[in-house]
Design a protein around this ligand. Structure first.
Ligand code: F6R
Length: 242
């Protein structure tokens, strides 16, 4: 696992966007693994600008998102499908038919999880997977205690994650406690993994990821086992590293 420490969040976004730029330039039909949350938004803005300037195209690419709230349809403003349309897909030359987010409103969520795995495999696997990290070390919605071999599945969210994400929901709005998420095993099969972390709130999780044992107590620590994983973090997130 490689760790790149940069001064601030803007530099983290630029460095991360550069990796996606190179991936798309060298393989226009790349399969991209994408994430939601606050952290990747600046990177998405850079990709939108690169697309507008003709530096990159998404025309031949496919995307798979990490996770989705179970119980929210894609047109719900808090759904991750809505987020991806709003933050990236609506602003670049991608064919939305080639973008996949786990279906939060599936009639049969378990079957939908198996289909998601099949779709990733049929696309040839993920070339480059973007990740954020939760304060408790989660990646996707793989909360602490998730099996390191886990596949796409229905997963309960911890109270810590529900609390952290409450900021996106209105006070009287229903906030799901279940999700569909790629598993840690699924993520580890991506050919390249790029994890972004910024801010002091992530410092303890980054320390556990980089310097802790590989353990389900910190799901991101599984990236130590990946042959091409890079953590791009700012100084605040790196503050607790030895
Ligand atoms: C989002 C996801 C989550 C977030 C994590 C950090 O698709 O899978 O693991 O990456 O919760 O979120 P932010 O970036 O909002 O701190």
């Amino acid at each position: 696992m490689k760790v790149v420490i940069l001064e601030n969040a803007a530099q983290v976004a630029t460095y991360g966007a550069g990796l996606f730029q190179r991936q798309l330039q060298s393989k226009p039909d790349s399969v991209l693994g994408l994430a939601t949350g606050s952290t990747p938004v600046a990177l998405y803005n850079e990709l939108i600008a690169l697309n507008r300037d003709g530096e990159i195209s998404f025309q031949h690419s496919r995307t798979f998102n990490l996770d989705e709230y179970l119980g929210l349809a894609g047109d719900h403003p808090q759904s991750y499908r809505y987020f991806m349309n709003d933050k990236l897909f609506n602003h670049v030359d991608i064919d939305k038919a080639n973008t996949q987010v786990p279906p939060g409103n599936a009639d049969d969520p378990l079957a939908a999880c198996a289909e998601y795995e099949q779709d990733i495999a049929q696309a040839g696997g993920i070339d480059i997977q973007l990740l954020g990290i939760g304060r408790n070390g989660h990646i996707g919605f793989n909360e602490p205690s998730s099996s390191l071999a886990s596949r796409t599945r229905v997963k309960t969210l911890t109270q810590a994650t529900i609390d952290d994400n409450a900021r996106f929901f209105k006070a009287d709005e229903y906030q799901p406690h279940l999700s569909i998420t790629m598993g840690i095993g699924t993520i580890l099969e991506s050919r390249q993994v790029v994890l972004l972390a910024t801010g002091a709130a992530k410092a303890a999780a980054i320390k556990a990821t980089v310097e802790g044992p590989v353990s389900a107590a910190c799901p991101a620590s599984a990236l130590q086992l990946h042959r091409d994983a890079v953590l791009i973090i700012d100084e605040a997130a790196a503050a607790e590293l030895d």
